[in-house]
Design a protein around this ligand. Sequence first.
Ligand SMILES: C[S@@+](CC[C@H](N)C(=O)[O-])C[C@H]1O[C@@H](n2cnc3c(N)ncnc32)[C@H](O)[C@@H]1O
Length: 200
Amino acid sequence: MTGHFESEDWRSFDLGHPGGEITTRWLLEKSGLKRGSRILDLCCGAGDSLEVFRKAGFEICGVDRANVLEHAKTKHPGIKEKSLCSWEAGEKIPFPDKTFDAVLCECSLSLFEGERRANIQKEISRVLKEEGLLLLSDITDEMPVTLSGFDLLHWQDGSEHIKPFIARWIWMTERKYPQSCEGDRYFLGVYKKRGSDHGF
Ligand SMILES: C[S@@+](CC[C@H](N)C(=O)[O-])C[C@H]1O[C@@H](n2cnc3c(N)ncnc32)[C@H](O)[C@@H]1O
């Protein structure tokens, strides 16, 4: 799926993800995370979800491609420059082990396949504290989505958000929705990192 995201055409980092703030807030509520917890948004796009977490009193960091982060800085000036770090899939996530209470992945994990995806999941696990949480919302064929090294605590079928999202994409971009992003089902899940004896 990544080819499309390498093209200059790609604008959906500014169109968010299906359900927008509604699905982000569902993940936040189910996570039970307390104000002040440290959250990493992996592929944070325009920074919309970071802004939700920032305003709710969380300590936030976002990683994405450098040009996308420039956009997030302009769109959400309340997000501090040092909270945004350039990252390209295949690289190590630029934080030490066990830094975060939670990692948020909204429409980002499904962009990666095979070994690349497995390595990203390992990196997420590495930067999470013991029993840290992975908050996932993503296009899927599988319901619920299982992730190796993580236990699923809460989940919801969010597929009703897909059609309005596609309609918004077409309205805003005046382009056909990219076939490479199509999927019938949208999944929301809160996972807990498994102890190291059960890990990868
Ligand atoms: C569908 S958008 C989701 C953005 C954000 N999570 C949201 O929900 O609004 C996918 C994001 O993944 C990022 N991305 C895609 N391929 C990437 C790669 N190879 N390395 C780093 N980021 C990538 C894009 O820049 C984009 O911000």
